[in-house]
Design a protein around this ligand. Structure first.
Ligand SMILES: [Zn+2]
Length: 287
């Protein structure tokens, strides 16, 4: 059964570890992440972007697939199914489809509009027992080939949104999506500390987990980060493993063309990456 991310994140905050959000794209991704969470006895958050939701034939298909797998694979660790960077419309669609957790990303909107729309969703999610993530201060990254610098959120705005009663808050602290450029100055712990001082117990979310050095991840956790999003890194290891299989000519040997064989190395690579991340985040054994 899907659960809200609230309890798992409050426990993570208190226990000084973080729960990983791993984004899913298809059946192999979802199965790899769920099986690894179960093997590691770790809580887990499955992230679905609006684009990935569309790719997987809509939110209802995603909910059906994830619920089916939890049942047939015997998954007993806490699993939250979470909309990643949702629009207001996307949030409503996922609530109706049966997601257990929602992110509304109004960080690119004027602050007043972000505040008003987050307010509306706080009430709905509260009634339905869903967790809600809000965002303040846009997280940079590659868009149309231009790499934007990671923005730093205004701690006062973070407090205003946190006080609405959201479950967790994503705030820009110099982090970006995708691969980090060579001249990236690193996370702004000064900003993180200032935000933490304003929002108190609110679990904080670190987006763009791909390529942030482990020591920075650990420091961020010690300063209140309880959820870390990983997406690009799983895509990269899947791609590398699949390329290796084909370059070695294995798809041409025997029944190597069978998609269940062709996609197996990528599946195993995602499992290994998710395990590695759960170990770094400290969530192993915390289910
Ligand atoms: Zn993100």
């Amino acid at each position: 059964m899907l659960v809200s991310a609230k309890d798992m994140l409050n426990k993570a905050r208190d226990g000084k570890y973080a729960v990983g959000q791993f984004n899913i794209n298809n059946l192999e991704w979802t199965k790899a992440i769920l099986l690894t969470a179960q093997e590691q006895n770790s809580p887990v958050i499955l992230g679905v972007s609006e684009g990935a939701g569309k790719y997987m034939c809509g939110y209802k298909t995603v909910v059906g697939m994830v619920n089916g797998m939890i049942d047939s694979l015997g998954i007993t660790v806490p699993v939250a199914l979470h909309l990643d960077h949702g629009t207001f419309e996307g949030a409503k669609a996922c609530i109706n489809a049966g997601f257990s957790s929602i992110m509304f990303d109004g960080s690119h909107l004027p602050f007043e509009e972000n505040f008003a729309k987050t307010t509306a969703l706080v009430n709905t999610c509260d009634v339905l027992g869903l967790s809600l993530e809000a965002e303040v201060g846009a997280i940079g990254g590659e868009e149309d080939g231009v790499v934007g610098a990671g923005e730093c959120a205004d701690p006062e705005e973070c407090k205003k949104i946190a006080d609405l009663g959201v479950t967790m808050l994503a705030a820009g602290i110099g982090n970006i999506h995708g691969k980090y450029p060579a001249n990236w100055p690193g996370l702004s712990f000064e900003t993180l500390e200032a935000i933490k001082a304003k929002v108190g117990d609110m679990p904080l979310v670190l987006h763009g987990g791909t390529g942030i050095p482990d020591d920075m991840i650990k420091k961020a956790i010690s300063l209140g980060v309880a959820k870390i999003n990983v997406n690009t890194e799983c895509q990269l290891v899947f791609q590398e493993a699949t390329r290796k299989y084909i370059e070695a000519g294995k798809d041409l040997e025997g029944k190597g063309f069978d998609p269940r064989k062709l996609l197996a190395p990528g599946f195993e690579a995602i499992k290994a990456k998710v395990k590695e991340k759960m170990e770094i985040f400290g969530s192993v054994g915390k289910a």
